[in-house]
Design a protein around this ligand. Sequence first.
Ligand code: N01
Length: 561
Amino acid sequence: MTGTLSSARKHIGVTVGPTLSDPSVMKKQIEQFDAIIIGAGFGGLYALHHLRDEMRLNVRAFDGASGVGGTWWYNRYPGARVDAPGSPFYAYTFSKELVNEWEWTETQASQATVLSYLEHFAKRFNLEKDIQFETWVTDSQWDEAHQQWVVETDSGEFASAQFLICAVGALFVANMPDYPGIHDFSGELYHTGRWPHEHVPFAGKRVGVIGTGSSGIQSIPEIAKEADHVTVFQRTPQYSLPARNRPLTSEELAGYREAWDSLRDSMFKRGGWPFEIMRRHASDYTPEERHAIYEALWEEGGMHLAINSFITVLMDEDVNEEVSEFVREKIRAIVENPETARRLMPDYYFATKRLILDNGYFETFNRSNVSLVDLREDPIESFTPTSVRTTNGGHAIDMLVLATGFDAVTGSMLNLNPKGRDGVSLERKWESRFETYLGTMVPGFPNLFMIHGPTSPGVLYTMPLGGERTTQWIADCIRHLRDNGLGAIEATDEAAEVWDREVNELANKTLYPKTNSWYVGANIPGKPRQFLAHIRGSRFFDKLSEVAEEGYEGFVVETKN
Ligand code: N01
């Protein structure tokens, strides 16, 4: 954040109160819109299209990057791909024309393909003219008197709008490990979530990779193909399933297009998943039959082992352990060196961290140029200009890749840190608990909407579709306000409390909260522990509709000033 709203106001010779109540100054100093959108990734782009073209609102979007794409703009590390469900479902679903005109060529599209798709989307709907790129929103403040949000950008501009839509990304604020002395390392240093746009050559280099989440597991096999040596620094061994990425045939794509309406309908009903889900119980099968089911699902690849094995896999410890052991067996069978295989054995509940899909990750450890350091047995002690030193010795490297993830779900909203009613900041509001109503609004922050906010289904749902559905709800809410001469809508504390309980109760029926994952904020030291996602996506969107039908139950509204 560079400066505050009031300090910059001072800079241009005005103060907060009088400025905002003086229309002539406002016209000169502050550009006015109906809605401001922060972020031009999947969520923000659709919000811009929908609010501007369907609702006919005057909208401005801001993004710090120099192009559209959000997550797909930043995460350019080698091997970055979509996980499940893959093409053509990880895409906008609302326009059949769009579905029919974009030619997906692989089941798990690469980052470059997804970025091209988003660029195509922006061009097709002429969105770029209303996006201000390379512009960070550094501050945002609710202006009570005018029932509007005023935002400040890093270029010292101000803009205001009745509605503020935060499409700031659930996985944006990079988690930089705070190892003392890490800056003593003088070689090339990258974070996967901030990968350079220029080609990064690995040939002839010794590369260290810290982190074995999706980003590490996707990038390590690609880096190993080129580098002299790759040293993987692993803190938690992972379950990873074969992505089985392959070309998507034109017949398959044609079939999906043909059946689009029913597949989309299925996504609505099945938590964003387009295909039928087996609703079977492990106890109805013999151990041999169950094993055969796991084998078939492993061969099928993708997330099927988690989604389609047994319905209690994320609730029943015994079923979960059986699937966990099945994956461990696979790792033992793939990895030739038994000591390396031992270090790669995951021991948390299967699928309670975000599931990872890989393209040859475990196989990579059979290469002679890849070695594994288990940080639990052999922790990092220091860095030198040319090495990482762990308890058992030094590891010479020329390049360090941090695949250490993000301050997930809440980090980007806190980075924005809007100031709501009475100037109370989001940071203060969320000091001990990430309180929201419907994962979309926060008490004390009228007319501020989040796409993929905490306690929304977020990453547990197919995100582009989740963004569409959330935006449609936001748009209906805005229409409701406008049609009824209302100036503001705000979630009540009571509704947020009930919501919080409901989200928690759902999560506590599963094994998710028992694992230290970014779903509970455990990857960020000091972050309040709270399960951050609504685990029943379809039920979540039904609830959004019910709340609207009931006249926005759980909200208070104000007439327009
Ligand atoms: O981040 P992560 P990610 N010292 O937090 C380790 C999405 N995504 O960027 O498990 C040593 O999952 C950390 O260890 P531990 C997807 O939703 C999607 O990989 O905390 N290690 C872990 O191994 C995903 O879940 C795609 O013990 C440290 C790793 O770093 C999410 O983004 C692709 C450490 C971080 O894993 C985040 O994935 C990529 C430290 N100080 C990402 N700090 C798709 O395919 C952290 N770690 C769509």
